[in-house]
Design a protein around this ligand. Structure first.
Ligand code: CP3
Length: 355
């Protein structure tokens, strides 16, 4: 295996000294880049990019050609698992994801089978292998999955939702049915992430985009329990190096201690949490990733730099911080501002490190 030329992302996840704070952006390959829109148009649609390893590799690398990012993230989607379970994923333009066959009763949940990633999602593992080869050791590759709860919301609702009426009603009225669904998803996610790691992913992130829509007790019962189960089942070392696990619950600021107790290596923070407070709460246990409001990228370069400085000084001197946005970059952002963000993190963070 080629030696990693830039390993500051992996070092920061292990809370080891780095020269500057590493940075990447959630959704860094996406519609804000004209070259992404061109590749997608050429392929036909979004899923055609995901299912073609060469094109998935191409769009993964596009932001790295523009910016000095410290990590690449596999180009795919969290909804590949439900699609592989037979729900029939499709994207309605401007409407977000949809399923032809949502899972809305006990019989439908019972009929679901845990996925076999190499057989059911070969295009994902081929994309991981292709990207690793093309990265050629420049930066590490992040693999990812949705959390069981987040996947369950899309599967039960049949798509995106504002209030999660159907998914929550299932959890409240028929908790045993929801638990059966979450348990099959946890087994699927564990196998899926392990297959990505075996194919070459050097760190993995679990996106719990909708855990923060649950009450405190419901979060522990329906989301965190299953993420803990996944963390416990993951391959944690490969190619002689630790494979760090990042948990990201959007709006999960009140649960940082219990998230850190799952045994993960890092927590992703959205912008509503103060990163300095988060560090005093769990910084002795895990690294922290985040957390600039993605909407800040619409502000002026001067204001973006000021915000980066505020976040860096809030985290303070020392290691264990990976800079990121608090959620995905949005399609209307000017790519120039994304560049200001990435470059300024490196420039402004040097004084916080002594390595
Ligand atoms: O970060 C990256 O660059 C890797 C790629 C990535 C995508 N989706 C590509 C994508 C990742 C990590 C995801 C995760 C994902 N997908 C999540 C969790 C993260 C989050 O944002 O909270 C969720 C909830 C999904 C489900 C999903 N996929 C939705 C709701 C949508 C439509 C939303 C939208 O922005 O239109 C997608 C489509 C999607 N996934 C796009 C991309 C680049 C846009 C598709 C397009 O090109 O039109």
């Amino acid at each position: 295996m080629t030696e990693l030329k830039n390993d500051r992302f992996l070092r920061a996840l292990e809370r080891k000294p780095v020269d500057v704070t590493p940075v990447w952006m959630m959704r860094q390959a996406g519609r804000y880049l004209p070259e992404y829109r061109a590749t997608r148009a050429q392929a036909g649609d979004f899923m055609a990019v995901c299912t073609n390893p060469e094109l998935a590799c191409e769009v993964t690398l596009q932001p790295l050609r523009r910016y000095p990012l410290d990590a690449a993230i596999l180009f795919s989607d969290i909804l590949t698992i439900p699609d592989a379970m037979g729900l029939g994923l499709y994207f309605e333009t401007g409407e977000g994801p949809r399923f032809r066959k949502p899972v809305q009763d006990a019989a439908a949940v019972e009929a679901l089978e845990v996925i076999k990633p190499e057989a059911d999602l070969p295009y994902v593992m081929d994309a991981v292998k292709t990207i690793r080869r093309e990265l050629n050791g420049s930066v590490p590759l992040i693999g990812f999955s949705g959390s069981p709860w987040t996947l369950a919301t899309y599967m039960v609702e049949g798509g995106s939702s504002k209030d999660f009426r159907r998914a929550k009603t299932m959890a409240f009225n028929e908790p045993e049915v929801m638990h059966m669904l979450l348990s099959k998803l946890a087994d699927s996610v564990t196998a899926y992430l392990n297959a990505q790691i075996e194919a070459g992913a050097q760190a993995v992130q679990i996106f719990d985009t909708w855990g923060g829509a649950l009450s405190d007790r419901a979060y522990q019962e329906f989301s965190l329990n299953y993420m803990r189960q996944i963390v416990n089942g993951l391959i944690r070392e490969r190619e002689g190096r630790k494979v760090p696990v990042i948990l990201f619950t959007k709006n999960g600021g009140q649960w940082l201690e219990s998230m850190a107790d799952t045994g993960c290596d890092a927590l992703g923070l959205d912008w509503t949490t103060n990163i300095g407070d988060a560090r005093s709460r769990v910084g002795g246990q895990v690294a922290l990733q985040g957390n600039m409001d993605p909407t800040m990228l619409y502000a002026s370069p001067k204001r973006i730099r000021q915000e980066i400085e505020t976040i860096l000084s809030s985290y303070g001197h020392g290691d264990g911080h990976i800079f990121n946005l608090g959620h995905g970059i949005t399609p209307e952002v000017d790519p120039v501002n994304a560049g200001v963000f990435i470059e300024s993190v490196h420039e402004l963070s040097e004084k916080y490190h002594s390595a």
